[in-house]
Design a protein around this ligand. Sequence first.
Ligand code: MTE
Ligand code: MO
Length: 431
Amino acid sequence: MSEAMAGRRDFIRGAFAAAMAGVAAPAALARANPVAAGGGDPNILELPEHSKGLGQPVATDGYGRPSKYESNVQRRTSPGLTQTTQASVSFAPLQSLFGIVTPSGLHFERHHQGWWDIDPSKHRLMINGSDDKMLKKPLVFTMDEIMRLPSVSRFHFIECGANTGMEWGNVAVPTCQYSHGMLSCSEFTGVPLKILLDMAGVDYKRGRYVLAEGADGSSMTRTVPMELIESGQVLVAYGQNGEMLRPEQGYPLRLVVPGVQGVSWVKYLRRIEVGDQPYGTKDEAIHYIDLQPGGLHRQYTSTQECKSVVTTPSGGQVLLDKGFYQISGLAWSGRGKVKRVDVSVDGGRNWKTARLQEPVMSKCLTRFSLDWVWDGKPALLQSRATDETNYVQPSYRQLRAVRGSRSIYHNNSIQTWLVQESGEVKNVQLS
Ligand SMILES: Nc1nc2c(c(=O)[nH]1)N[C@H]1C(S)=C(S)[C@@H](COP(=O)(O)O)O[C@H]1N2
Ligand SMILES: [Mo]
């Protein structure tokens, strides 16, 4: 063996040892050791095949895919949750994601009647009034016409109003994918709806609401108040994370209603009607409303209140050893920016303020983190977010006092993960 080679091997062995001697690697994720040498003499590290041979050619299928070692990172459905696979939901794997953007292929899905891949050359968006004085000129846009108009790109979260709904009944689903995964965040590109309404000559004194309608079989319809549209925030979007929307997300056109529950983000958007009062359609009269303790319903609660969740360590993960971990999670508010996140490792007795990772954007996910040394004893991890309006995320006790215990929607309570002595992390509910 030449001197140079021996030196190189020592270097690799040294680097390997240094890497392993550092703080417990992201052991919470219980990943396979990616650098392990093959069998034989443990003191001799063979150069792996990928350091010696020729790699794969470029662009095998023209559209890149994740590593095969990441094949367990998937959207997942909850067996038994819905009776059909069309009127159903798949959850985003929040525990496996970094930063704030949800990769488009992992965006949660909620369809009331299945998804479609609609031909954009045939798709139309109509703008009309509820009577013939509501706007000057009804319009029908092709996709080409919409995509010529001035566009904006903005990062926003979308959360289904039913996210965390199962936890009302203390079901305690195993992972944060199932407890909080009806949540995703993308950079959306589109035209402010206000521009289209201006082109149609809307009478904004009378036209105080719009009805948005989808082109799928569910005829999804939702009322959106005009103030939101006048603020320029509501987009008629065709872009998601730099490319066209995915079919599951409403290709070729969807409404983006920042801060408002997912159901209002009408997919396959085909029509906007301007009217002078809320429409009270089936999707808003009986769905996505809140049961109150006395049996009454609270309607039109569409803004997603401030909420957060620790995604690592979280339910289903395993801490392999005592020592250093970074507690990390997501916080968001439908009312604006997240101002602060506090984290507790003792079930809410003591709190420490977490770091917020830049950028912190309005009506967008914010990544937070806190350094933690696990002493090997049981720990109760919680996060509590505060938004720029000073609204503080409630405990289950506080939320149930106003909403009872049989609600379905809009559960923004503080989540608790129990780290057991074995290192296994479990979903528990503290009142
Ligand atoms: N046309 C149409 N739009 C729709 C729906 C639908 O079934 N059809 N589902 C709504 C609901 S309830 C939610 S939570 C979001 C989900 O969006 P996503 O599938 O892109 O995550 O879309 C909303 N828009
Ligand atoms: Mo939803």
